[in-house]
Design a protein around this ligand. Structure first.
Ligand code: RIB
Length: 312
C-alpha cells in the first residue's frame, strides 16, 4: 500500500546521474582532443538536481526515479536522502547501471554534457502509477526529458487528473515531440530548447514572440530561461522580463535545474509566477558561482540574501 506523506508539496519525476566532470580551457570541437585540468565526480541528473534544489530551498520534496544496483546508485541515493528528499519511489533496478553524465566545463563556465541514461531509461509509466497517491497529494510536480517520454506523459496525465500544477523543463528536447507533451501549466525552456521545440531559429525574435508561439503549442504559461539576460515570464495578461543577477560564473551546470526547482517552490507556496521567477532567477545565478551540479545548489537563506542585496 502507498504511504501518503501529507507534507509533500513538490513531486519531481526525473533522472539521477553521476556526473564525471573535466575542467578544460574550452569545450573541444568535434574530432578534437584537448588537454583539460582537474577531474571531479559530482551527484547530478536533472531530476535529482531539481529535487535537491527544492529541498535546499525549504520544500518537502519527493523524487520518482531509478538508479542501478551499483556503487553510483548507492552513493546517489545517499546524497538525495542527506538532502532530505523522500526517496521511497527511487527504485533500484538490476536491469541497467546508474545513469552517468560526461561533462566538460570550460573556463568561461559553459558546459557540454552527454548522458548515458542507464537506469533512467527503465523508469516506466507504471512507476508513476505506483506513486499516484504521492502525486495527488503534491501541490506542484516537475518533470524533465531525461526519462522515457511515455513516463513523462503518464505523469502529466495523472497530474491533470488530480489538479496538480505541472512544470515541464524540456531538457533535452527529443527529436520527435509526442502529442500532449506541451500540455502543461508552466514550460521552462532555455533559448536553444525553445528553438528546438519550435523547429525554428529564434535569433531575431523577441522573448515575447517566442513565448507566444510556445503557448500556442499548449503551454499555459512560459518562463524562458535567458541565462545572463535573466528570464521572461509570459502568461495570460502577463509579459514580464526578470533582470539577471551579476555573478562570477564558475560552472553553469544545474543552474537551469535550480531555476525550475525554485520556481516550483514559489508556486507551491502560492506565489504569483512573476514573483516566483524572481526567486528562481536568484537561485539559478547562485548555482553558477560554484562547481558541480548538486554541490552548488543554494540554500533558501542564500537566495533571500541575494534578493535582499539586489533590492538595496
Ligand atoms: O542539468 C544538469 C544535469 O544534466 C547534470 O547534472 C547531468 O547529470 C545532466 O543530467
Amino acid at each position: 500500500m502507498n504511504m501518503i506523506d501529507p507534507r509533500t508539496q513538490i513531486l519531481v519525476v526525473g533522472s539521477v546521474n553521476m556526473d564525471l566532470v573535466v575542467s578544460a580551457p574550452r569545450i573541444p570541437r568535434p574530432g578534437e582532443t584537448i588537454i583539460g585540468g582537474r577531474f571531479d565526480t559530482f551527484p547530478g541528473g536533472k531530476g535529482a538536481n531539481q529535487a535537491v534544489a527544492a529541498a535546499r530551498l525549504g520544500a518537502d520534496v519527493a523524487l520518482v526515479g531509478r538508479v542501478g544496483d551499483d556503487a553510483n546508485g548507492r552513493s546517489l541515493r545517499a546524497t538525495l536522502q542527506q538532502a532530505g528528499v523522500d526517496c521511497r519511489y527511487v527504485r533500484t533496478t538490476a536491469a541497467a547501471a546508474s545513469g552517468v553524465a560526461l561533462i566538460v566545463v570550460s573556463e568561461a563556465g559553459e558546459n557540454a554534457i552527454c548522458v548515458a541514461p542507464g537506469a533512467n531509461g527503465q523508469l516506466m509509466p507504471q512507476d508513476i502509477d505506483e506513486a499516484e497517491a504521492l502525486l495527488a497529494a503534491a501541490r506542484v510536480c516537475i518533470v524533465q526529458l531525461e526519462v522515457p517520454l511515455p513516463t513523462v506523459l503518464r505523469m502529466l496525465e495523472l497530474a491533470r487528473r488530480h489538479g496538480v500544477e505541472t512544470i515541464l523543463d524540456p531538457a533535452p528536447v527529443p527529436a520527435q515531440l509526442p502529442d500532449g507533451l506541451l500540455d502543461v501549466d508552466i514550460l521552462t525552456p532555455n533559448q536553444s530548447e525553445a528553438a528546438q521545440l519550435l523547429h525554428t531559429d529564434v535569433a531575431g525574435q523577441t522573448s515575447y514572440m517566442i513565448a507566444n508561439q510556445l503557448r500556442a503549442r499548449g503551454a499555459r504559461a512560459v518562463v524562458l530561461k535567458l541565462g545572463a539576460q535573466g528570464a521572461f515570464v509570459r502568461e495570460t495578461q502577463v509579459a514580464d522580463h526578470v533582470p539577471a543577477h551579476v555573478v562570477d560564473v564558475v560552472d553553469s551546470t544545474a543552474a537551469g535545474d535550480a531555476f525550475t526547482a525554485a520556481l516550483a517552490v514559489g508556486r507551491s507556496a502560492g506565489v504569483a509566477l512573476s514573483q516566483a521567477a524572481r526567486f528562481a532567477n536568484a537561485a539559478g545565478a547562485l548555482t553558477c558561482a560554484g562547481r558541480g551540479a548538486q554541490p552548488s545548489l543554494p540554500t533558501r537563506a542564500e537566495v533571500e540574501a541575494l534578493l535582499s542585496s539586489a533590492a538595496l
